[in-house]
Design a binder for this molecule. Structure first.
Ligand code: ACO
Length: 429
């Protein structure tokens, strides 16, 4: 029997249907509430609001569980590769060998980026942040791919998906090449998705100089991208869904997602963590001073890479990344003093009642920057790497939203401004 919740407003009772998910999560369906009672629900930051039903990612913040399409993040990070996970997220099932091969070939076929995009890139100053450039270039792609996606055609949808998966890493690599004023390369179609991204970023300007891939770096990046691939209705994903809900195209929606990800409270935290750790190091390494600053309500400083809207126990991605940071730095022979500062900061924070009481734990961004740094990726590129990882999630969520024919996203508000008043001529004000 379906569940019902009852609420009372001004003495009148209303029955609200309840929705129960496959993992027994419950929600009150308030879609008819305003029509019946005149009341809306108010929830700034959507802290307690479900914006959709979704079959892509399950996470339980209290238990520290994260699963893509039912598969645990721990298992996927260990056994799958990034393109396999992308396919899983977007199409719902792990690919067969044949499906994966076709997916890869179709992506490779679309990997050449229009030469005119280089002219667009040229227009940016070298000082531009790579995330701003990436968002603009992704948006500019629409100009070179004017046909909007016919979401009723599986073929059309598939073509748009492989196109953005193919071109996005090229644009990501170009944001770095632009920063360094280097030659722009297209994808090497003879190597894997993640390997070619690294090659486009780091190949010498002289194409004849051979480029040697480091297996440790490729594997570590592959794992990081999997860990970032989706995270249900976070800020950037909700942005992608809401932009797409107006029937804006896939590329335009993804470009908006890149902008949302950039902020330091979201994906931009990976850059902010390294800057914070560097600041602590330059200041002599006293972590307790920075813990005190983070606790001081008059000080805007926050412990970057700490806390999460949903995880209130631990972030399972952070656990995997912390272990990977030790392994990767060890394998690459990198001795980075900020890894020790990060561990010290984590230890101190986890013993401090301020962080314990508020259930603030390291999130995915706390250790990821240390690995990116060990791989030789510049700090300003960290959030770009996150965006490449999150791309399959954005695509999957956009596709799901369109296939489910979700209505345009349009929240309501409670108005708190002036009530009606008369206009006064300027000389009488
Ligand atoms: N340092 C110090 N105090 C913190 C931190 C932090 N990093 N995070 C939360 N708090 C405190 C808040 O001040 C608040 O305290 P109060 O109850 O005394 O007022 C309490 O913990 C709850 O915090 P909120 O800001 O209300 O939590 P919210 O869910 O809105 O924010 C967020 C979550 C944005 C992630 C926050 O924890 C934060 O700013 N963290 C640092 C930035 C960061 O690492 N972002 C990456 C998140 S992961 C990702 O997006 C990929």
């Amino acid at each position: 029997m379906s569940k019902v919740a009852t609420i009372k407003i001004d003495g009148k009772t209303y029955d609200l249907p309840m929705v129960v998910g496959t993992e027994k999560e419950v929600a009150l369906d308030i879609t008819q509430l305003r029509g019946q009672s005149g009341a809306i629900t108010l929830d700034p930051g959507y802290k307690n609001t479900g914006a959709c039903e979704s079959a892509i990612t399950f996470l339980d913040g209290e238990e520290g569980i994260l699963r893509y399409r039912g598969y645990s993040i721990e298992e996927l990070a260990e056994k799958a590769d990034f393109l396999e996970v992308a396919y899983l997220l977007i199409f719902g099932e792990l690919p067969t060998q044949t499906q994966l091969q076709k997916f890869n070939t179709d992506i490779l076929d679309q990997s050449i980026v229009n030469e005119d995009m280089k002219t667009v890139l040229k227009g940016f100053p070298q000082t531009a942040h790579p995330m701003g450039v990436l968002s603009s270039l992704t948006s500019a792609l629409t100009a070179f791919n004017p046909k909007s996606v016919n979401v009723d055609s599986e073929e059309d949808m598939y073509r748009a998906i492989v196109k953005i998966l193919a071109k996005f890493p090229v644009l990501a690599a170009w944001t770095l090449r632009k920063k360094n004023d280097q030659v722009l390369y297209n994808k090497d179609t003879n190597i894997g998705y993640v390997e070619s991204l690294l090659k486009m970023m780091f190949q010498d300007d002289n194409p004849k100089k051979s480029y040697r891939q480091n297996k440790v770096v490729v594997n570590a990046l592959d794992k990081l991208l999997i860990l970032h691939a989706d995270h249900e209705q976070n800020c950037s994903t909700s942005t992608v869904r809401i932009v797409g809900s107006s029937h804006a195209g896939l590329f335009a929606s993804i470009s908006a997602g890149v902008s949302a990800l950039w902020g330091p409270l979201h994906g931009g935290a990976n850059q902010a963590v390294i800057e914070m750790l560097e600041e602590i190091k330059a200041d002599g390494g006293d972590t307790s001073k920075f813990i005190a600053k983070a606790k001081d309500k008059d000080d805007p400083f926050r412990l970057m890479g700490f806390g999460h809207r949903v995880y209130k126990n631990f972030d399972p991605r952070a656990r995997i990344i912390k272990k990977a940071a030790d392994e990767v730095l060890g394998q690459l022979g990198v001795d980075d003093p900020i890894l020790e500062i990060a561990k010290g900061l984590e230890k101190t924070a986890l013993e401090d009642p301020y962080f314990v009481d508020r259930k603030l734990y390291p999130n995915v961004d706390f250790y990821s920057g240390i690995i990116y740094r060990a791989m030789g990726i510049p700090t300003e590129m960290f959030t770009v790497m996150f965006a490449v990882g999150r791309l399959p999630g954005w695509i999957a969520q956009w596709r799901e939203m369109r296939l489910r024919k979700e209505p345009i996203g349009r929240p309501r508000q409670i108005y708190i401004g002036e009530t009606k008043r008369s206009f006064k001529e300027i000389e009488k004000r």
